[in-house]
Design a protein around this ligand. Structure first.
Ligand SMILES: Cc1cc2nc3c(=O)[nH]c(=O)nc-3n(C[C@H](O)[C@H](O)[C@H](O)COP(=O)(O)O)c2cc1C
Length: 213
């Protein structure tokens, strides 16, 4: 996936994979086709309550775990800068009233943020609009950080910007680890010749987090 995934390519490949998946499902392999190994999506708190520091929420949406790890790293950097930080999967966040600022992170799938990340904004839009709000995305296209790929990836954020423009935006390269995908996802990635590896540039991620702090 060193080339950005065009929506057309993705839809074409998805249709073939869905047909292949249908055959597997008809063959009684439903469990095997959709089984994903357990992925660690932790909830973590960093930093002390000093009464003068900010309490920041980093809410993340991740399928294979790489965005969760990026969220944790951003949380650590903010805590090292003196803030108190909670890092949580978006689905576990119930109430934003305790937080002075919110950062939303999402993996990219098929050119979109994960639906649960968009749902998070929809659910909390009014409260988020009253607080400093930033967002980051993790995707494979930025494995090669070219102006063209940046433009492609920046467009992934358009639907989010239309709902609630973030004060700061982060766009990071992610991970392709087929052992963390289900059969259908693995087949799709194979057909798209997606490169395997961990392409996260932690220094870049930490710089972005430090600028937030
Ligand atoms: C089914 C599937 C679709 C993907 N679609 C895209 C895409 O459209 N654009 C992109 O840049 N990366 C895409 N990726 C790569 C993921 O964004 C990348 O693997 C990311 O690190 C996943 O985050 P996660 O581990 O938190 O789920 C896709 C990955 C999978 C498995």
């Amino acid at each position: 996936m060193s080339q950005p995934i065009s929506r057309r390519t993705f839809l074409k490949t998805s249709a073939i994979t869905a047909a292949a998946g249908g055959i597997v499902l008809c063959g009684g392999g439903a469990f095997a086709a959709t089984y994903r190994p357990p992925i660690d999506l932790p909830t973590t708190s960093y930093g002390e309550n000093t009464m003068t520091n900010q309490h920041i929420l980093i809410a993340y949406a991740s399928k294979a775990g790489s965005t969760a790890e990026v969220a944790q790293r951003i949380g650590k950097v903010l805590a090292d800068a003196g803030q108190r930080v909670d890092v949580q999967p978006v689905t576990e966040v119930k109430d934003l009233s305790a937080y002075s600022a919110v950062v939303l992170g999402s993996a990219i799938r098929a050119g979109h943020l994960l639906p649960k990340a968009m749902q998070f904004i929809e659910t909390h839009r009014q409260e988020l609009a009253q607080k400093p709000f930033s967002a980051f995305i993790v995707c494979l296209t930025l494995k090669d950080d070219t102006p063209e790929n940046r433009k492609t990836v920046s467009a992934y954020l358009d639907p989010l910007r239309a709902m609630l423009p973030p004060a700061h935006e982060g766009m990071f390269a992610g991970v392709m680890d087929s052992s963390k995908l289900n059969f259908l996802e693995r087949t799709l990635m194979k057909m798209m010749k997606a490169p395997s590896g961990d392409f996260r540039r932690w220094d870049e991620i930490e710089r972005w987090a430090a600028a937030l702090a």
